[in-house]
Write a protein that binds this ligand. Sequence first.
Ligand code: ATP
Ligand code: MG
Length: 176
Amino acid sequence: MHIKKITIKNFKSFGKKVEIPLERGFTVISGPNGSGKSNIIDSIIFCLGLHSSSKVLRAEKLTDLIYSGNGRRLGTAEVEIVFEPDNGEELRISRKVRVTEKNYYSNYYINGKPASHGEVVRVLEKAGIYSDAYNIVMQGDVTRIVEMTPMQRRKIIDDIAGISEFEEKKARAIEE
Ligand code: ATP
Ligand code: MG
């Protein structure tokens, strides 16, 4: 399964509707500083609900994700991701955040139908994408890993390999 297309509307620096088609395999997105490369990654995290905190998206609150280039932040930010499976039907997941004078709303959709965050998590798990896994290497992560002590780095490898879980169980067992 791979991401076939990302459509971004009114999200962060993308004031206009932008469609990003992706081929199978390796894709590189290049551009000057501040041109919106990381915002594309943020759009994926937002749409799939991969992190519960908006801080990961470099936003204080969800509504900060709405395009503000025209001086105000009203309307709807929207991201849609189309997955192309190796076999079977195409999967479309989208998420909107809408702000009105008084309130704001955030909604997920699976193939155009309203869905809960839990339903999105489950449909992604079926496709082998786990929302609590290390899916995205964020800007700065590599530098952080390089600058870590060997013990801190070992902890990350243990987490990825799934050893930490057993280490914790072992520590609890020894305590008892
Ligand atoms: P770098 O190469 O430095 O990592 P980048 O291409 O990853 O840069 P981004 O971090 O994706 O750049 O984009 C940053 C830009 O997005 C900033 O100019 C910021 O003002 C703009 N931006 C963020 N949120 C919004 C918003 N809600 N409305 C309009 N612009 C926004
Ligand atoms: Mg960046």
